[in-house]
Design a protein around this ligand. Structure first.
Ligand code: APR
Length: 228
């Protein structure tokens, strides 16, 4: 396999999706065993569902939190966390990168470990398996601070991500099907910026702009990708 010398690049961006966490035991969204094959997102992952039955939606996310806490980051997460001059943009809400030591993670779709109250605008960290409370101090239901179907992405987070990608010279996409926009446009943004673009995914993702495609798993491909 072609080895990459990270010292030859000034700005490295890792861009990860659910496949990054798959080998930890966290299910992906699509494909075999995918969450959206099992659960109807219209019942669990959109604002309408939350308004209809907030407790049902919150309990679903609580189950996901418990499942994630049973899993551990793998060697690939540690490679990403240890890479100098790199920025990490993730679609994952599971916090696995942070548990492996990544700092300053750009979480495009929010975090399972944060709740917010839209009516009063407050936000709270809640890192346990069970939610500390389902209600804000103001009395309204709290909602997970994550991007559901139909939600807009946080503008400032999106700006940080696009700025990082538009100025990178090495772009490494790992474990994303590339089916959810605007993140699906990031590989071509990196290519247009002139970056060397790598994809790690055991399955074809549909994006065709990569200079190097590694049909392998994140936990195996990442530790052997770079010259030491
Ligand atoms: N290593 C690398 N990639 C893998 C692995 C692995 N071990 N296992 C699976 N994959 C790949 C699959 O081939 C697939 O292309 O990971 C990808 C997972 O795709 P999705 O489940 O669609 O996940 P993602 O692209 O992150 O989804 C984007 O969709 O529902 C939303 O908000 C949710 O952030 C999520 C967004």
């Amino acid at each position: 396999m072609e080895k990459i010398d990270p010292s030859a690049y000034r700005n490295i961006v890792f861009f990860t999706g659910a496949g990054m966490s798959a080998e930890c035991g966290v299910p992906t969204y699509r494909g075999k065993g995918g969450i959206w094959n099992q659960y109807d997102y219209g019942e669990y992952a959109c604002q309408k569902a939350f308004e209809r039955d907030p407790e049902k939606v919150l309990r679903f996310h609580e189950l996901r939190r418990r499942a994630v806490l049973d899993c551990q980051p793998h060697a690939g997460h540690r490679v990403v966390a240890g890479m100098p001059r790199s920025i990490l943009v993730t679609q994952n809400i599971d916090g696995m990168h942070q548990r492996a030591g990544s700092m300053n993670v750009i979480e495009l779709h929010g975090s399972l470990w944060r709740l917010r109250c839209d009516p009063c605008g407050s936000m709270r960290e809640d890192p346990g398996d069970d939610y500390e409370t389902l209600r804000c101090d103001c009395g309204n239901w709290l909602r997970p601070d994550i991007t559901w179907f139909g939600d807009m992405l946080d503008e400032s987070v999106m700006r940080m991500a696009t700025e990082a990608i538009a100025s990178c010279d090495l772009f490494i996409s790992i474990g994303t099907s590339g089916s959810v926009w605007p993140a699906a446009g990031f590989p071509s943004l990196a290519r247009d910026a002139g970056a060397f673009c790598i994809e790690i995914n055991p399955e074809p993702s549909g994006a065709i702009c990569y200079d190097l495609v590694i049909r392998g798993s994140a936990s195996e491909a990442l530790p052997s990708l770079f010259v030491s």
